[in-house]
Design a protein around this ligand. Structure first.
Ligand code: SF4
Length: 273
């Protein structure tokens, strides 16, 4: 990406984890561009396809306030990794102009500690993925063999900024970290290694969201593993393992989550006035 912010949609998203969605939805801003290149990306139209509109940090700040005015539970920044300095400026500006709801940094987990330090004090909730423990899978699926070595210190930096999970009386998250893990077809052992690492490192001070919404995109339809969905048995084994090792706080998904129809339209709504 270049030096200007590009974003594709901003709206109240009703299907995030319940502690983020609340009654009125999570105020989600989808940014364009990404620093990973996942072969199964559902959002490839914006992550690598160039869709989106250029906006200023001032406009981004206004978008945050518009989402708050619409009743959003939080500001949910999806894949803003290419625009971290601009996001910092927009949040700082919006806070001066009345933004009070929590901010959520929602990412693939492939950030440098140096970049994350720019967000210290601006972000209330981090929601990174933890995608891979093996460099081989990270290389084959996301062109990032060093993913595990980058993600581990990134998550530690995120946690050091927010501390343990804190909820309001009505169950809305105020502070802390949710780590998402998307179970992939044929990768139950990999998922178990990740859950073991997360629990050994953070205990029950974080929320773990175990996702079964992997959807085979046309680009991987002939791949021997990625061409199919995760089976009920694979997902059940991962969830049972999480329970066995003592993970108490988190989320699982129902089967209907794996549908292409959940992918938003990138119509610039909420971005351009
Ligand atoms: S990290 Fe997410 S947005 Fe980026 S390429 Fe991977 S799946 Fe797509």
């Amino acid at each position: 990406m270049g030096s200007e912010i590009v974003a594709a949609k901003a709206y109240r998203h009703m299907w995030e984890e319940p502690v983020l969605t609340g009654k009125n939805g999570s105020g989600t801003v989808f940014f364009s561009g990404c620093n990973l290149k996942c072969v199964f990306c559902q959002n490839s139209a914006i992550s690598s396809g160039g869709e989106g509109a250029i906006i200023t940090a001032g406009r981004l700040s206004e978008i945050f306030l518009e989402l708050q005015d619409a009743g959003a539970s939080n500001i949910n920044l999806v894949t803003g990794v290419c625009f971290i300095p601009h996001i910092r400026a927009a949040i700082t500006d919006a806070r001066k102009n009345g933004l009070t709801i929590p901010t959520v940094y929602n990412s693939g987990g492939y950030e440098s500690v140096q970049a994350l330090k720019l967000l210290d004090g601006c972000i209330d909730i981090y929601m990174p993925d933890f995608k891979y423990m093996s460099p081989e899978k990270a290389s084959e699926y996301s062109s990032a063999w060093d993913y595990p070595d980058v993600a581990k210190p990134a998550l530690k930096e995120m946690f050091s900024q927010t501390g343990p999970v804190s909820l309001s009386d009505d169950g809305i998250m105020k502070k802390g970290m949710i780590v998402r893990h998307l179970v992939l077809p044929g990768a139950v052992p990999e998922s178990k290694r990740i859950l073991r690492y997360l629990h050994d490192t953070y205990g029950n001070d974080i929320l773990v969201s175990i996702m079964n919404q992997y959807t085979p995109m046309p680009s991987v339809s002939s791949h021997p593993l990625l061409g199919r969905k995760v089976t009920d048995d694979e997902y059940r084994r991962v969830v049972e393992f999480a329970s066995e090792i003592g993970i108490e706080n988190g989320f699982t998904q129902l089967g209907e989550a794996a549908k292409e129809s959940f992918i938003p339209n990138w119509d610039l709504s909420g971005i351009i006035r």
